[in-house]
Design a protein around this ligand. Structure first.
Ligand code: SAM
Ligand code: SF4
Ligand code: F3S
Length: 444
């Protein structure tokens, strides 16, 4: 009988992409994934530490697992990912029922580590966090979650050291995969039935600056030409080095989706400088203009942080004005979370929690208004969606995305998962577009 692994995965797409590789490797030594923690032989938490809330969730889960470990001491329990890298043996001091802690550069050691704990003479604990900077090994098996879209990491790490961010410390320096390894993985995904790929990196615009074999625009062109690919997405783009060549490439691409996730983080020069984002509001606005001129129907989304140290009411008002001018299709808004060891945590003028929350709500309300206005313009238009399947709430209502990454819902007709369907938008909302399938559809 197959052994069972429960994997709790937290954080960004990068972590989800790692987890698919971890699952692939574990499959090779006889593990099947289960959603039932109670019956698992191996429990792995692949963790995130970007904000305190992410860490709290993991600590909650670690607490739940204590009982299981008491009842079944043979259970193997490991922590991997960014929090493992950050907290190291502190995790075991705090929760001695954890068997092992493997850092972000040690995914290649997962199988050997699990085998050591399967052996009769199992170690008491193991902590291995060396080498956050090492290459993630190529040729790992991958078990992708089913669906139409595959995640393909193109680079690891980050060199930017935004003053609030822990990622460069836990993920190491930027390392780009070889173009041919990426293309091979895209071809395999297409061969396995995936119609869309999302190329992943903390800052995809820096792709290839290390090996100089191809830059990101070159890579996109090559992926666009893979036989059978329908859509190519990417994230995340740092505004500081989004090149004209990249904008041209997307404009001229066949399968390159017209969606830019371009985190601005803040809307005043003073805070941007304190964040070490190395662009000004004017630079960023010029970039928005350039994108919109070249690709007028592109959607643009962003990340925003409120409550950065030193943020005044005046900064915040300026930020709201910036948001109204930038007119993002959507924004992911975060409350600044201090990390010891990062420069921002030591800065004067930490903003009280209640002020942070108040600002977050105001920001979200303004953005929701803008998102709705933008989506309302799509009323009556027919959009092309890549069909993902039944929606969460209702089997009869199906969901898919436009090339611009908008979620569309419609009543299921004869279309199948992976088809390109045409839907006329009848009820645009802030986060989703409801519509009617052309052909055999009914409105939702
Ligand atoms: N590399 C991407 C970039 O620079 O845009 C983003 C990576 S980060 C995983 C995702 C988002 O988390 C960031 O864009 C930022 O808005 C947010 N973030 C990072 N550190 C944070 C912190 N300490 N507190 C709150 N939000 C944070
Ligand atoms: Fe963090 Fe900045 Fe790197 Fe993004 S670019 S991962 S926000 S340090
Ligand atoms: Fe979190 Fe690590 Fe991603 S800290 S956001 S999982 S790179």
């Amino acid at each position: 009988m197959a052994k069972k692994v429960f994997m709790g995965v937290y954080g960004c797409q990068m972590n989800f992409a790692d987890a698919e590789r971890m699952e692939g490797e574990l499959h090779g030594i006889g593990y099947e994934r289960t959603d039932d923690m109670e019956s698992a032989d191996l429990i792995l938490l692949h963790t995130c530490c970007v904000r305190e809330t992410a860490e709290d969730k993991v600590y909650g889960k670690i607490g739940e697992i204590k009982r299981l470990k008491r009842e079944r001491p043979e259970l193997i329990f490991g922590i991997t990912g960014c929090m493992a890298q950050k907290e190291q043996e502190k995790l075991i001091r705090r929760a001695p029922h954890i068997d092992f802690v493997l850092g972000t550069g040690r995914i290649g050691e997962l199988v050997e580590t699990v085998k050591r704990f399967e052996a009769p003479e199992r170690p008491r604990h193991l902590v291995d966090i060396e080498g956050a900077d090492t290459e993630i090994p190529e040729n790992m098996s991958v078990v992708r979650k089913s669906g139409v879209s595959a995640w393909i990491p193109i680079m690891y790490g980050c060199n930017n050291f935004c003053t609030y961010c822990i990622v460069p410390y836990v993920r190491g320096r930027e390392r780009s995969r070889e173009p041919q390894d990426i293309i091979r993985e895209v071809e395999e995904a297409v061969h396995d039935g995936f119609r869309e790929v999302t190329l992943l990196g903390q800052n995809v615009n820096s792709y290839g600056k290390d090996h100089k074999k191809a830059d990101f625009a070159d890579l996109l062109k090559a992926v666009d030409e893979v036989e059978g690919i329908e859509r190519v997405r990417f994230m995340t783009s740092h505004p500081k080095d989004l090149s004209d060549k990249l904008i041209e490439t997307i404009k001229n691409g066949r399968h390159l989706c017209e969606h830019f996730h371009l985190p601005v983080q803040y809307g005043t020069d003073r805070i941007l400088h304190a964040m070490n984002r190395v662009y000004t509001v004017a630079d960023y606005k010029a970039l928005l203009r350039k994108i919109r001129e070249a690709v007028p129907h592109a959607s643009i989304t962003t990340d925003l942080i409120v409550g950065f140290p030193g943020e005044t009411d005046e900064d915040f008002r300026e930020m709201i004005a910036f948001l109204r001018e930038a007119r993002y299709d959507a924004a992911y808004t975060f409350i600044y979370s201090p990390h010891s060891g990062t420069p921002a945590a030591e800065m004067d003028g930490q903003v009280p929690d209640d002020v942070k929350h108040k600002r977050l709500h105001e920001l979200m309300a303004v953005q929701n208004e803008i998102s709705l206005e933008i989506n309302e313009r799509l009323k009556g238009e027919t959009v092309e969606v890549l069909v993902e399947g039944p929606s969460k709430g209702d089997e009869g209502v199906w969901t898919g995305r436009t090339r611009t990454d908008k979620i569309v819902l419609w009543r299921h007709g004869a279309e199948r998962v992976g088809d390109l369907a045409h839907v006329t938008i009848t009820q645009p909302q802030t986060w989703v577009l409801k519509g009617e399938l052309i052909g055999e559809g009914q409105s939702v």
